[in-house]
Design a binder for this molecule. Sequence first.
Ligand code: ATP
Length: 235
Amino acid sequence: MSEPLLQVEGLTAGYGGALAVDRLSLSVGAGEAVALLGANGAGKSTLLKAILGLVPATGGRVRLAGEEIGALAPERRVRRGLGYVPEGRRVFPGMSVRDNLEVASWLGRAGRAQDLERVFALFPALAGKAEERAWRLSGGQQQMLAVARALMGRPRVLLLDEPSLGLSPKLAGEVFAAVRAIAVTGTAVLLAEQSAARALSAAERVVLLRLGRAVHDGPVENLPTDALRDAFLGG
Ligand code: ATP
C-alpha cells in the first residue's frame, strides 16, 4: 500500500495540564474518508486542531505525505495541503458566495478561477447562487459553502469538524454526499462527528475516540456495535 497522506503518531495535546488527546495514532490514505467518532468531550475537535497546529501538541508527530509538519505554523500546514472546516459553518454572511470563496484562496488569479470552477462543479447549488449573500443560503448550503471554502487551495487532506451539526437529516445527507465526492477525487478526509449513523454512511473506516485515546480503528462494515456503544457510553 502506498504511504498514507495523513499520519498521526502518538499525538498528545491538551489545555494547561489537562490532556484532551492522549498518545493518539491514526492515518488516512488518499481517497479515503475516515469517521472520527466519540461522545461530547472525547477529544475530536482538539485532535483536528492539534493536527492543524491551532492547539500545540506536547508529544508525537504529524506527517503529510511523509513530511513531518508538526513544527510548522498552521498557515504553513495549510499551504502544505491541509484543509480545515471548523465547527459551526463559518462563512461571511454579508458577502456573496463567490466572494466567500475568493477570499479563502491564497492562489494567484488563474488558480483561483480554476478552483472556483472546481468547487462550483462539486456544489451546483452554490454555483446557482454565486452572487447571493451567504446569509440568504439555507443551513445546508451554508455548510456546503464552508466546505467549499476549505477546498479553495486544493487541500490533499481535509479535516471536517461536525459538518452535520444543526442540519436536518436531508441536508446532512447532502453534506455527506459531498464529502464522499471529495474523497473520490483523491483527497484524504477526516470527519469528526457525534452523529454516528450519518458519519458512517460517508466513511470507509472509523476511529472511535474515548477520553482522548483511539479505542477502535477499522473498516465501517466490521464495526462491533459494543465498541460503538462503549465509546459513547463509557461501557
Ligand atoms: P465536542 O463534540 O463537544 O466538541 P470533542 O470530542 O470535540 O467534543 P473536545 O472539544 O476536543 O472534544 O474536548 C476534549 C476535552 O478538552 C474536553 O474535556 C474539553 O472540556 C476540553 N477542552 C476543549 N476545549 C478546551 C479549551 N479551550 N480549554 C480547556 N479545555 C478544553
